[in-house]
Design a protein around this ligand. Structure first.
Ligand SMILES: [Fe+2]
Ligand SMILES: [Fe+2]
Length: 305
């Protein structure tokens, strides 16, 4: 590296550090600093259903701790990345909103998402999350979709889903500060969901929007249908799964089909908005709301391994 390159790099680093500190000052103005209380693991084995998996129970303590740490990291990283998608989506909507009220609504929601990402960052700072397939998918939607389909998918459906999802992460979390953070996020997501209901109008969907919505909703549901792939990946990394039948047994022990069926039913209720029966009919016809049996979940894992 030349001396000029070194100076330019140092300049970029100084600027990004200054930006981070300026953003952190704004976060501290809105909320007192909170730090991890050192609880490990953040969620128990029973939260993930791992207490029912013989392979996990038979492993030594440090291996079990490593699996639980991976599962927690995956949950936190996914939440953090989705908040960043929310910042990008709201930034775009703040520019293209049709009225002062619409632009103000999205600027306020975007500020909440930035606060959520900052709060979660305190628990993932040292874990350097890689983008997972779900957050890559949501980021792609937020970039490519038109305003009305995105108001439906991201705000009405995903933020509506987040109310229960973040609420259950809060209830079971062993770290008091992180539990309070998830409670705060769940409360805000309820308001964002209400903002989505105000923004979305099915009469404004054109044919291209409907096609986009159907494809995107189908792909979204596919990811829910095939069970807790991240939990299986963590087990595989630290303990191993054996052959295809063994991983199907693990999905069965996790009760993956029932858990996915419960989530799919919740998503179906969120999608059942006035004027959206056409979407439910099409998704029902393609089996998108039917949870995969354990053998199919194992096949999906084997295919993407
Ligand atoms: Fe959020
Ligand atoms: Fe939100």
């Amino acid at each position: 590296m030349s001396a000029d390159d070194g100076r330019a790099e140092a300049c970029v680093e100084r600027r990004s550090e200054a930006l981070r500190r300026a953003a952190d000052r704004l976060v501290r103005r809105r909320l007192p600093p909170a730090a991890p209380d050192g609880s490990t693991p953040l969620w128990s084995a029973s939260f993930f259903g791992l207490d029912r998996v013989p392979r996990f129970c038979a492993a030594d303590e440090s291996t079990r701790a490593a699996v639980l740490d991976d599962c927690a990291t995956a949950l936190l990283a996914e939440a953090w990345r989705i908040e960043h998608c929310g910042i990008d989506y709201c930034g775009r909507m703040t520019r293209v909103g049709e009225s002062d009220d619409e632009r103000r609504l999205f600027a306020l929601i975007g500020a909440d998402e930035a606060l959520h990402a900052s709060l979660l960052a305190r628990w993932i700072a040292s874990r350097a999350p890689q983008p997972d397939p779900f957050s890559r998918f949501i980021a792609g939607l937020a970039e490519a979709g038109a305003p009305q389909p995105l108001a439906f998918l991201l705000q009405v459906v995903l933020e509506g889903f987040g109310i229960v999802h973040f609420g259950s992460l809060a209830t079971s979390c062993r770290d008091a500060g992180l539990a309070a953070t998830f409670r705060r996020i769940a409360r805000d997501e309820a308001l964002h969901h209400a903002g989505g209901l105000a923004t979305f109008s099915p009469d404004r969907l054109n044919e291209a929007d409907r096609r986009f919505l159907e494809d995107a909703a189908y792909s979204f549901l596919q990811m829910i249908r095939c069970g807790p792939q991240g939990v299986i990946a963590a087990l595989d990394r630290h303990i191993g799964l054996g052959d295809g039948n063994d991983s199907a047994n693990v999905f069965a022990a996790l009760d993956a089909e029932a858990a996915s069926a419960d989530k799919l039913a919740r998503l179906r209720r969120l999608m059942a908005q006035p004027g959206m029966a056409w979407l439910l009919d099409r998704l029902d016809a393609s089996g998108a709301f039917t949870a995969c049996p354990a053998g199919d979940c194992a096949q999906v894992y084997a295919d993407t391994r």
